[in-house]
Design a protein around this ligand. Structure first.
Ligand SMILES: [Zn+2]
Length: 293
């Protein structure tokens, strides 16, 4: 899918206008993207709710698990997705940001039978579940994985938005409303998205490279949600931690020599890897990858 924008609307994407919106953004805005999950049962039910005046809530777009987008509010208009929110010097993020909702029920519970169930009562197989520590929490819990199609669409959409608007922040709802919100949660590769598009961080006095460099080829973007590389463990026992720090909690038993892992991300000498549906961090020097050292 190739995403493009004309007159603040996505081209060839259904526009299902929500009445739940404010005025036009002020000059120079929007300059932020806020990532959410819907906590809903389907993309269509979330679109319906966000177009219902009683909801008093909306978002600019909803991305389904099949990767299809529905737009609800034009990108030059303030949508109601952030609620009470603050980050750094700013508060009230609706007036700064484009809201992107991904269809996902959020945190799952374990059933007595060893399965996984959403708060809506839908059950999911273990292959669709990610066991990981939320950035605002200390212990690992279970989250429904986003689909590859959904992540590919989200990454491409964010790339196109960064090239269309002067985007300098990409944040999760969980970051602008911590304690109140947990979306998009650890199943969404938010840090990876930021590294890709907001290379220099959120300094207001430096333009994002995304504003001047050409769009990342779609092939690169669609590759992101898949494992960037497979690797295997070189050490006899490799600690598997919640965060890329030697003092971080161990989230599972140490990985043993020869264990295959999917390398998802990297950060200053650490790899974020998936093994048996656990996602955590290991020292990169103990992982042999096809492309790495
Ligand atoms: Zn949200």
């Amino acid at each position: 899918m190739t995403i493009s924008i004309a007159n603040h609307r996505l081209v060839d994407v259904p526009f299902n206008e929500s009445p739940n919106h404010g005025a036009a953004f002020a000059t120079g805005l929007p300059d932020a993207l806020i990532i959410h999950f819907t906590a809903g049962g389907s993309a269509q039910s979330s679109v319906n709710w966000l177009c219902n005046p009683q909801a008093k809530a909306s978002a600019h777009v909803v991305v389904g698990r099949d990767g299809a987008i529905t737009q609800l509010v034009a990108f030059d208009t303030i949508a109601w997705h952030a609620g009470a929110s603050s980050y750094g010097e700013r508060s009230g993020y609706n007036r700064y940001s484009i809201g992107i909702e991904l269809d996902n029920p959020g945190r799952l519970s374990r059933t007595a039978a060893g399965g996984f169930v959403s708060y809506l009562g839908t059950t999911y197989p273990a292959e669709q579940v990610i066991h990981a520590v939320h950035r605002n929490e200390q212990t690992a819990t279970d989250w429904l994985a986003y689909t590859e199609a959904q992540l590919a669409t989200a990454f491409e959409l964010c790339t196109v938005l960064c090239h269309t608007y002067l985007i300098r922040e990409i944040l999760g709802h969980e970051e602008i409303a911590p304690g109140r919100k947990v979306d998009p949660g650890p199943a969404f590769p938010l840090d990876k998205l930021r590294q890709l598009l907001i290379v220099r961080g959120r300094d207001a006095d430096e333009p994002s490279p995304a504003l001047t460099s050409p769009p990342t080829p779609a092939a690169t973007i669609t590759a992101i949600p898949a494992a960037s590389a497979r690797g295997y463990v070189l050490a006899n026992k490799l600690n598997f931690r919640a965060l890329p720090r030697v003092d971080a909690t161990k989230i599972a038993a140490p990985l043993t020599s020869g264990t295959l892992v999917d390398v998802l991300d990297q950060q200053s000498g650490w790899y974020q890897v998936r093994s048996n549906n656990n996602v955590g961090w290991v020292k990169a020097e103990y992982i042999k990858t096809a492309t790495g050292p």
